[in-house]
Design a protein around this ligand. Structure first.
Ligand code: ZN
Length: 345
């Protein structure tokens, strides 16, 4: 960031800009990626240039008291009639999701869809990510996935926690969940945002259940795999809580695929990834099952492994050396997710 932007950012004091000022970016060995301090300084610079378009909110704190930031992005001149939630970096080493979320946030701030607010949480697992940053700075090659309590935040949700698959006894590691639902401050922060300001359902028609959230759609970015997953993850059944849901998932997923061009990710129901596979207690089942809104989990890239030596570098498994092409395709995919979700009610 140049000096003028830095001044503009720090002159408008707020809890967010205070934090940005207190944690200036440092040089590091993965310059194609942003460390957390760089993510937030880029957002602060964009926020300062277009007041009211990007609104930061601290939605929670991690175990080690790092803030969990959400950024509401919208055209301030148009009343909000739809809201979507995009989260990234639940898993500590999955950084290209944060790059996608950051690039999308900046692009959407420059070209918002009138009336459609997108809330972006670019870093959910801030403690896990901070450990990976320390590893990179110190030349350590450690495998990290969970938060500070070593809980997998991808398996800490309330819906479809129990596996009925007979394979559970054979492959117990595949089916591991956390000790109890929403046991961690990071998952509580996301769930709190989803449940806040929910519409009053007391007079809704039970034959057509209304969504149970102020949000109209949800997407969680992971790496790697190249798939656009939709529920259910924890059971084989089609996602048909409300009539037409499965068709809607396919329509939104296919619109996202079409927007990506070559090497597009493919939409698929997660539990049908393999005949033995179930993902118990995952965020997409939780959001769809609890709030009745379409929920996707996107596995970005088809891994960052390009050379034999990469197999020995955990960070590279998830994060390609040059993220630019993947991030451009990711932004196109996310813009298609916004319009397809709004256009397929
Ligand atoms: Zn992941």
């Amino acid at each position: 960031m140049n000096g003028l932007l830095w001044l503009a950012t720090t002159a408008l004091a707020s809890p967010f800009t205070d934090q940005v000022a207190a944690h200036p970016p440092v040089a590091h060995p993965e310059p194609a990626y942003h460390f957390a301090a760089e993510v937030y300084s880029r957002i602060a610079a964009a926020e300062a240039l277009a007041p009211g378009v990007i609104v930061p909110e601290r939605i929670g704190s991690t175990i080690e008291n790092r803030p969990i930031w959400a950024f509401a992005v919208r055209d301030p001149a148009t009343p909000v009639t739809a809201r979507l939630l995009l989260i990234a970096n639940i898993h500590a080493m999955e950084w290209i999701p944060t790059e996608d979320a950051l690039a999308f946030l900046l692009d959407y701030a420059a070209h918002p869809v009138g009336g459609v607010e997108v809330d972006v949480v670019p870093i959910v697992n801030a403690d896990g990510r901070a450990r990976v940053e320390g590893d990179l700075l110190n030349g350590r090659n450690l495998y990290r996935r969970g938060n500070a309590a070593h809980v997998d935040l991808n398996r800490d949700w309330a819906v479809n926690r129990d596996s009925h698959a007979i394979w559970k006894a054979l492959l117990p590691g595949r089916y591991a969940t956390s000790p109890s639902a929403l046991s961690q401050p990071e998952t509580q922060a996301i769930d709190g945002l989803l449940s806040r300001d929910a519409p009053d359902l007391s007079c809704s028609d039970p034959a057509h259940p209304a969504r149970n959230s102020a949000f109209d759609g949800f997407l969680s970015l992971h790496s790697f795999g190249g798939f656009i997953y939709y529920p259910w993850a924890g059971r084989w059944h089609r996602p048909d809580e409300h009539a037409g849901d499965w068709r809607r998932y396919q329509q939104i997923g296919e619109a996202m695929e079409a927007a990506m061009g070559a090497h597009a990710y493919r939409p698929r129901q997660l539990s049908r990834w393999g005949f033995f596979f179930r993902g118990q207690g995952m965020e997409l089942d939780h959001v769809y099952g609890t709030y009745g809104i379409p929920a996707f989990l996107v596995e970005t890239t088809r891994s960052g492994l390009e050379r034999p030596a990469d197999l020995h570098t955990y960070f590279r498994w998830y994060n390609p050396r040059d993220p630019a092409r993947h991030v451009r395709a990711g932004v196109d995919m996310l813009r298609a997710w916004v319009t397809a979700t709004i256009n397929n009610p």
